[in-house]
Design a protein around this ligand. Sequence first.
Ligand code: SAH
Ligand code: SF4
Ligand code: F3S
Length: 449
Amino acid sequence: MESLSFFIQTFGCQMNDHESGVLAHLLEGAGYREVPDPAEADVILVNTCAIREKAEQKVYSQLGRYRSLKESRPGLVLAVGGCMAQSEGRRVLSRAPFVDLVFGTHALMDVPSLLGRVREQRRRIVATEVSSDPSRVEALYAHSRGLGLKAFVTVMHGCDNFCAYCVVPHVRGREMSRPASEIVAEVERLSAEGVVEVTLLGQNVNSYGQKPQGDTSFAELVRRVAAVEGVRRIRFTTSHPKDLSEDLITLFAEETKLMPHIHLPLQSGSDRILRAMNRGYTSAHYRALVEKLRRIVPGIAVTSDLIVGFPGETEGDFEATLRVMAEIVFDNLFSFKFSPRPRTAAAAMIDALPAGVKEERLQRLQALQREHTLQRNQELVGRICTVLVEGASRVGGAQWTGRTPENKIVNFPGPGVGVGEELAVRIAGARINSLVGELAGAEAPCTCK
Ligand code: SAH
Ligand code: SF4
Ligand code: F3S
């Protein structure tokens, strides 16, 4: 009998992308094979996100499209997993009655057996129990895989911060750090498979090792990962400003493998709104952190997340956000309109701001950020950066693409270039989304980290 085929579609963040990779590996281990087209698949899995209402709407409209595939192929199994599945549970089946399986964020390990039950028993299943058993988590990460040169490694699960707007603690469960020895062993395995760049993942990596209380801080974990042979670049995401330690800040200067980029979500520049969001820091504290980071590594790239239109945000609060942006000048920014989420504290607050005002604030903020992104990229022009070559550029014309230590994309022409090489590239031009480079020659000194 020919093996069953599957197709996974992923919505949401890097954590979800990474978990879809783990799921694919698990399914391959159970005898399924991955296909690139949902129309050819026996099983379609949709890994979902619940962070904003729009994310959920996107999932339901995608499910609607899969419904017509199911009508033409009655044997097709449709499974919905991840954060929205966790949040909606059984409701997915009432809103999309053609779905066969709903699996939550703690049920990944069980997906192969759940799919078996759906097929054998011909019934629909909802599996959204939350588990606090760490051994299940470890078993899962035996299935992580590198994406060629790069890999993501989960260092912690869940989140206990309960920012007032955020659904993540409600759908991913309590904060739980993995043992450092397991993480290091996973990095060693990935490195042996050819991975040279590792990104450590968690909702708040700065509180790594606190729950359950371990003897390794996040900075110490980074040192241990840096000691793994073959690892050349280390990144991590996401950092929470309230937990960013001095030790980690100084590590940016001490540890050459730790790349000079930090994603440090600010959320708002107004202290009143930060308090209402339950973020646990002030805008002055945030600015002081960025100053320290820049004193230690002057060229460090700082990126952030901002929300506009949180309940009660006045024009004055919004202007405070623009002021902090102007003082800091972020390298890049993800910005969002506030979206009320089920079970969060902010969902019960009065969200009286007209949609048009939220939209207008978002536009103003994004216009300012476009100027800043270009300005920060232009500051690199004339410098020589070490670029890790990732592949042929989509720009075409014998161009290569890679990333600077600051995680900026550089496209450059060059004969005899190989994927995985680290090359000195002179930055010749700056765009908003990428840099234009030219090979600097082997003898050129590198002025980036
Ligand atoms: N754990 C990370 C990111 C969580 S989600 C952190 O703590 O920063 C990614 C981003 O989505 C958040 O930083 C926030 O800016 C945004 N976000 C989360 N919930 C939101 C909501 N209800 N409405 C709008 N944006 C939201
Ligand atoms: Fe959400 Fe806050 Fe946790 Fe980030 S730290 S996942 S924003 S609750
Ligand atoms: Fe990520 Fe969305 Fe879940 S941002 S953690 S996939 S709610």
